[in-house]
Design a protein around this ligand. Structure first.
Ligand SMILES: [Zn+2]
Ligand SMILES: [Zn+2]
Length: 263
């Protein structure tokens, strides 16, 4: 059998191809081009360059911390079946992401490292990749630290990485998915695309993998068959380049109350 290291890029690339084809066949929003504005930055800089660089930073830190504390040698969950370990990390991290994401929209400092994610105008399968490096460092350290320190199965990091990537592409994809009652549990583009709405995205649909958090905590919005009129930030001065998008997070806060944490 092919190793997971080899299988992982195969699964990710084929999922991307399937989503690109579905976007052409059954688009959610009509008229979005495949090579939309920011496509190459999102693919080259965010998906490849940033992911590669940050995996060194994040896993370097986690292994350093483990070396200092030796926590993983207690093998706290090593004897658990792999599927149970996976469920544990899947559900707990998804709840964390929901809460942190909601907080990012309500705190003007935290929003600064999240607005890059909302700056894509044509939300599609690749749009989810655009996330400020600091946001990724926080979220992925919190995601992978317990996996390594609790002594999870060695393949758990890869499994979780594949699931994160494919599910992330799916919830942003420009596919007219009608998942019916399943949308109360499993999150998809029907709800997450509303989170990228220019007008009301700031206060609704913070879930990533499980929509159940939005329904449970009263932040769900699903006005089927209505669709968002426009995606992205309400301001037009967000820069286009990868590095300028990063520095933009550290611009001074405006004195007048025009600084918005909206959208
Ligand atoms: Zn958001
Ligand atoms: Zn998103």
């Amino acid at each position: 059998m092919m190793s997971l290291e080899v299988l992982s890029p195969v699964i990710i690339v084929s999922s991307a191809v399937i989503m690109i084809v579905c976007e052409r066949l059954i688009p959610y929003t009509d008229g979005q081009p495949l090579f939309r504005k920011g496509f190459w930055t999102d693919l080259g800089m965010y998906t490849i360059f940033q992911s590669y660089l940050l995996s060194w930073v994040i896993f370097g830190f986690i292994h350093w911390l483990d070396g200092q504390t030796g926590i993983s040698r207690f093998q706290i969950i090593t004897s658990w079946p792999v599927w149970l370990q996976f469920l544990l990390f899947l559900i707990t991290h998804d709840l964390y992401i929901y809460l942190f994401h909601r907080w990012q929209h309500r705190n003007k400092y935290l929003y600064r490292i999240h607005e890059a994610h909302h700056s894509v105008g044509d939300v599609d399968w690749l749009a989810g990749a655009r996330s400020h490096s600091l946001e990724i460092v926080v979220n992925q350290t919190i995601e992978f630290l317990p996996i390594i320190l609790l002594g999870a199965a060695p393949e758990m990091v890869l499994i979780k990485g594949i699931v994160d990537t494919v599910w992330g592409m799916y919830i942003h994809s420009n596919i007219d998915v009608r998942s019916g009652a399943l949308q109360y549990v499993i999150n998809g583009p029907e709800m997450h695309r509303w989170h990228h709405s220019k007008v009301i995205g700031n206060s609704i649909n913070f879930s990533t993998k499980f929509a159940v958090w939005d329904w449970l905590f009263g932040t769900a919005y699903l006005p089927r068959p209505e669709k968002p009129a426009a995606y992205g930030l309400s301001t037009s001065n967000f820069p286009q380049g990868y590095f300028s998008q990063h520095w933009f997070a550290f611009r001074p806060f405006s004195k007048k109350r025009v600084e918005r944490t909206e959208e």
